[in-house]
Structure formats: structure tokens, C-alpha cells
Design a protein around this ligand. Structure first.
Ligand code: FAD
Ligand code: NAG
Ligand code: NAG
Ligand code: NAG
Length: 535
């Protein structure tokens, strides 16, 4: 590490000298940035094609294209000074150098699904490095691997794997429009996690631009940095250009189902028993449980709670019906509830709200709808007792809107050591809860009301969830669990959210951060802080 950092500041200094002229002149920031980038790439014509400022007619559409939460699509949302959209890896490295020369804060965006919008919003003046043009995917079936660039979506990855082979898949997220750059760096998971672990448990190599503008792979970055960008959040360490992932075998036929029950249909017994079965059953079976307030169909106008169980089974329907007949008879699963299909069809079905469609829908980079969103997360080590579930339903009905989505762990998750990747929530966790609220009403009043509802439910859940610290999932970004104050990013501030997201892995992340980015150029509201100087 020290070998590299000794030579590069020289290069920076040289560039700084070159550009101090343009800085002193009346050139706009846009011109200065363009000139800087051009000197990196030797071609002015190219650079002007990938840099946008507010006066460019397509600035707003480029900015809005990857906003996935309407809360951050308003006129008062802070806007970037510049958006850079690299076409080549060297564009990203040029942008990293030029941002430092011109003292610009940088935000990195791949798919834009960050729940708090921190890939494209900042309180400091900032620019966006937008990775959507870098989305090549190379599948190598012989080698059971694929290189995928950061700007690709999960849907594109699944589709390209399926084009090459019907018996391989990849264990990552359910929503097809999620970006690879953010998802794999935050430790993303999907409905095969009980069988194959998280996306980050299946990464073989990576390419990244470091703070010196160097492009590194696993060999040249070293195992510490390679460890950090598999769950520690990429944006604290550099710009992830691509990951090489390990493909996992999937059977030719898988089975899915989606079954709903309300309180009146003995849902509580089912939910209670689900807590015991879902994290311990056959690792080929993933059963997600969602509970949400709704209106009763049998007793008009009455509020109730609906539980829905949505499953992926890596096997046939007959086997699944017999397995759940024994382990979860409360569900009353019948063969008619099950649909057998190929793995790629199951990816479509899960991502498309349990409707079938052509696999090509996975290539669609624009989600069907966009709402105002807030998410929070929790981990549970013990089941919630039946009587407490009944009280919880009353609370949820009283609040009105927030939902809880329970994702079972166990299986492969129990076999991977807590320190293997920065993601620490392994053995001992029965499931993760996603607290979820989505709304369509505009304006600050609605936002205030809905944020208050989800925070009240989160507070109500305190006795049942992990404590000291109450742990959180990085991919479900939640600024309520702690933020760095503007321009500060101290170790003590970082530790507040750092141990919730990373547990005992936080200190190793700080060490890596201090080694690779000691001046803290790559920072955001919840980035990994640099180690304070020992006195
Ligand atoms: C509708 C929806 C469904 C979801 N479903 C799932 C799911 O099934 N499973 C799951 O685990 N998560 C899920 N998530 C959460 C998702 O995994 C995270 O929000 C993830 O960070 C999104 O990645 P992105 O590239 O789309 O986001 P972005 O908003 O682009 O980035 C998120 C973070 O990563 C950083 N980043 C992005 N690209 C790079 C890069 N190339 N180099 C370095 N840093 C980078 C950003 O700066 C930001 O801090 C979902 C989110 C949404 C909105
Ligand atoms: C933005 O506008 C400038 C002129 O003001 C133009 O040279 C440049 O090509 C535009 N950028 C893009 C990406 O279209
Ligand atoms: C985001 O805001 C812009 C400008 O108001 C609007 O044109 C666009 O439709 C919005 N996008 C979504 C998906 O709401
Ligand atoms: C609920 O459980 C009770 C008692 O076990 C049973 O009598 C009743 O039929 C069940 N109701 C439904 C809708 O399954």
C-alpha cells in the first residue's frame, strides 16, 4: 500500500499545477472539470459527451433516471453541480482524480436504489459519478463465473446467465432493477440465501478505482480491501467498476407459491409456527412472510392483518407439499397453490409481484411504479410469543400503514463465520425484519405522518429484536440509526451506526479505510470513518 501512495501524490501535484491556471481564470466549474478530464483522456470531444451540468437539456432526465424513491425527486432535493457518466473505466478514474483536484465531493450511483438516496443527494456541494453506462456482463459457464460491471442491474445479470445456461443462477436480490454496484457492495441477499448465502459470499474478484485513480483487481488491491468491498459498502473505499461472481447451480424445475391468511383465518398460529420452521427447514426452501394491515373481506369495513407467505423451493411441487404438510400444516399448502417453473421464471415471478411474464422483463431498467419510501431493519434471535404477536397486530392496525417483512435465515447463513465478510448477521439469527412503508401522497405532511408511523412501530418492536446494539442491515439504509455530521465523519460518530451494521467487523473496516483513503475523500452520510490519530 505504502509503495503506491508514495508515487501518486506526485501525479496529483502535477495535475494540480496544470489546472491551477484554469481554476484562476473565469472558467466555470464545468469547463474546468471538462479540461481536467480531457487531459486524462486525451480527447475533448469524448469528455464533453459524458459530463452534464444543469444547463444541459438532459441534465434533469439523467439525474431523475435512477432516482428510485420519490422523497428525493422534489424541487427542494439538493442537486449535483455536475453528473459524470463514464463510458470507460478510465473515465471513472479520471473523474476521481479531477474531483480531488477541483475539491469536489463525489457521490457514486449505480442502480440508485439506496433507500435514503445517498448515492445522488448530499448536503455538501457535490457531483455524481453515474455508472449506468458501464454495464457489460460476461458469463463464462465453463468457469462457472461471470464478470458484471457495476452499472448492470440484477435483472440483466440473471437474464444473461439464463441465456448461457438453464441450470445456473446467482443468489442476489429480488427486485430486478437494483444495481450491482450498490447491491453487491452492501451485502445484498435474495431468495436463495439459505442455500448459497449472500451475493457477497459468491464474489471471486473485483475491479475498483482507488483514491489515487488507480484501477485495481483482487491481486493488486490485496485481501483487506477485497474483504471490505464485499459488504462494507463500496462508497467508503473507492469506485467499484465490476465484480466477478461465482454462478450457483439451480435445478431445471423450481417451485413457487404465494398464500395469504388473515387473523380470522387463524393467521396467528401460522405466523408463530412459521418462526420456528422457516429458519430451520430444508435449505432449498425460502419462505418470506409479510404482515400488513388490511380491510377484512368477511366483516366489511373492519381492519385486520393479512399475512402472506411467498416461497421459492429449489425442487418440485410434490416434494414441497409433502415437506410443508409435515412441518407447517397450519399453512394448509396444496399442490394447486404451487407453480413449477424454471429458475429464471421464478426470478420474474418474484420480482413481478407474483405474476408470470416473459424473462425479457428482467432487462427493463425502469421499475413499474415509484412511491415515497422509508425502510428500517431488525434482527431476531428468538421467536415472538403468540400473545405478543396478537398485541403486535393490534398495534399495526392502530398505526394503519407500516408493514413487516420477515426473511428467514439459517441454512448456509449459519455456516459462514461472522468475520468472513463485513456483513455480521450470521449464525444465531432466525430472521431479519424489514420495516416497510410506502405512500403516494405528496407533501411534507404525509411524509411526517408516515415517518412517524414507521418509527413508532420500530420503537414498539424493541423488546423482541437484537439489542446492545440493535443491529441493522446496510442494504436497508436507514439514516435514523446514526449519521456523520456535515464535514466531520469522526470515528466516534461512525461507530454509532458502524457497529449496528457491521458488529465486530467495524474496526477492521476502519483499518482498511485508514489504509486506502486516509484523507477520507470517499465519504457519505454513513461511510466508514478514518482511525483517529493516536495521541
Ligand atoms: C425496490 C427495492 C428492492 C430491493 N430489494 C432488495 C433485495 O431483494 N435484497 C437486498 O439485499 N436489497 C434490496 N434492496 C436494497 C438494495 O440492495 C440497496 O439499496 C443497494 O444498495 C442498491 O444498489 P444500487 O446500485 O441500486 O444503489 P445506489 O443508490 O446506486 O447505491 C447504493 C450505495 O452504494 C454506493 N455505490 C453504488 N454504486 C457504487 C459503485 N460502483 N462503487 C462504490 N459505491 C457504489 C452508493 O454511493 C450508495 O452509497 C432493494 C431496494 C429497493 C429500492
Ligand atoms: C452539455 O452542454 C455543453 C455545452 O454547454 C456541451 O458541450 C456538452 O456536450 C453537453 N453535454 C452532454 C453530455 O450532452
Ligand atoms: C421526478 O420529478 C420530475 C420533475 O418533477 C418528473 O418529471 C418525474 O416524472 C418524476 N419522476 C417520478 C418517477 O416520479
Ligand atoms: C381456526 O382454528 C380453529 C381451532 O383450531 C378451528 O376450529 C377453525 O376451523 C379454524 N379456522 C379456519 C378458518 O381455519
Amino acid at each position: 500500500m505504502s509503495r503506491r501512495s508514495a508515487s501518486v501524490p506526485l501525479l496529483l501535484l502535477l495535475l494540480l499545477l496544470l489546472f491551477s491556471f484554469s481554476l484562476c481564470s473565469s472558467n466555470s466549474l464545468y469547463d474546468s472539470f471538462l479540461q481536467c478530464l480531457t487531459s486524462q483522456r486525451q480527447s475533448f470531444d469524448q469528455a464533453s459527451k459524458i459530463v452534464y451540468q444543469e444547463s444541459n437539456s438532459s441534465f434533469a432526465s439523467v439525474l431523475n433516471s435512477y432516482v428510485r424513491n420519490r422523497r428525493f425527486n422534489t424541487s427542494s432535493t439538493p442537486k449535483p453541480l455536475i453528473i459524470v457518466t463514464p463510458l470507460l473505466e478510465s473515465d471513472a478514474s479520471g473523474a476521481v482524480l479531477c474531483a480531488q483536484i477541483l475539491k469536489l465531493h463525489i457521490k457514486i450511483r449505480s442502480g440508485g436504489h439506496d433507500f435514503e438516496g445517498i448515492s445522488y443527494v448530499s448536503d455538501d456541494p457535490f457531483i455524481i459519478l453515474d455508472m449506468f453506462n458501464l454495464r457489460m456482463i460476461h458469463v463464462n459457464i465453463q468457469d462457472e463465473s461471470a464478470w458484471v460491471q457495476a452499472g448492470a442491474t440484477l435483472g440483466e445479470l440473471y437474464y444473461r446467465i439464463w441465456e448461457s445456461s438453464k441450470v445456473y443462477g446467482f443468489p442476489a436480490g429480488i427486485c430486478a432493477t437494483v444495481g450491482v454496484g450498490g447491491h453487491l457492495s452492501c451485502g445484498g441477499y435474495g431468495n436463495m440465501l439459505r442455500k448459497y448465502g449472500l451475493s457477497v459470499d459468491n464474489i471471486l474478484d473485483a475491479r475498483i478505482v482507488d483514491v489515487n485513480g488507480k484501477i485495481l483487481d483482487r491481486d493488486s488491491m490485496g485481501e483487506d480491501l477485497f474483504w471490505a468491498i464485499r459488504g462494507g459498502g463500496g462508497a467508503s473505499f473507492g469506485v467499484v467498476l465490476a465484480y466477478k461472481v461465482r454462478l450457483v447451480p439451480v435445478p431445471e424445475t423450481v417451485t413457487v407459491f404465494h398464500v395469504e391468511k388473515t387473523i380470522e383465518e387463524n393467521m396467528t398460529d401460522l405466523v408463530y409456527k412459521w418462526q420456528l420452521v422457516a429458519p430451520s427447514t430444508d435449505e432449498n426452501l425460502f419462505m418470506r412472510l409479510a404482515v400488513q394491515p388490511t380491510t377484512s373481506s368477511s366483516r366489511i369495513g373492519r381492519k385486520t392483518i393479512r399475512a402472506s407467505i411467498t416461497a421459492l423451493f429449489l425442487g418440485g411441487a410434490e416434494k414441497l407439499v409433502s415437506l410443508l404438510g409435515k412441518e407447517l400444516p397450519e399453512l394448509g399448502l396444496k399442490k394447486e397453490n404451487c407453480i413449477e417453473m424454471s429458475w429464471i421464471e421464478s426470478a420474474v415471478w418474484w420480482g413481478n409481484f407474483y405474476k408470470q411474464a416473459s424473462p425479457s422483463i428482467l432487462l427493463d431498467r425502469v421499475p413499474g411504479s415509484m412511491n415515497f419510501l422509508k425502510r428500517k431493519s431488525d434482527y431476531l434471535e428468538k421467536p415472538i410469543p403468540k400473545a405478543n404477536l396478537e398485541r403486535l397486530w393490534k398495534k399495526m392496525i392502530a398505526l394503519g400503514k407500516p408493514e413487516l417483512v420477515f426473511n428467514p435465515y439459517g441454512g448456509r447463513m449459519n455456516e459462514i463465520a461472522t468475520s468472513e465478510t463485513p456483513f455480521p448477521h450470521r449464525t444465531g439469527n432466525l430472521f431479519k425484519i424489514q420495516h416497510s412503508i410506502s405512500w403516494t401522497e405528496e407533501g411534507p405532511e404525509a411524509e411526517k405522518n408516515y415517518l412517524s408511523q414507521i418509527r413508532r412501530l420500530y420503537s414498539y418492536m424493541t423488546p423482541y429484536v437484537s439489542s446492545n446494539p440493535r443491529r441493522s442491515f446496510l442494504c436497508y439504509r436507514d439514516l435514523d440509526v446514526g449519521v456523520t455530521s456535515k464535514g466531520k465523519n469522526s470515528y466516534s460518530e461512525g461507530k454509532v451506526y458502524g457497529i449496528k451494521y457491521f458488529g465486530g467487523n467495524f474496526d477492521r473496516l476502519v483499518k482498511v479505510k485508514t489504509m486506502v483513503d486516509p484523507m477520507n475523500f470517499f465519504r457519505n452520510e454513513q461511510s466508514i470513518p478514518v482511525k483517529p490519530w493516536e495521541s
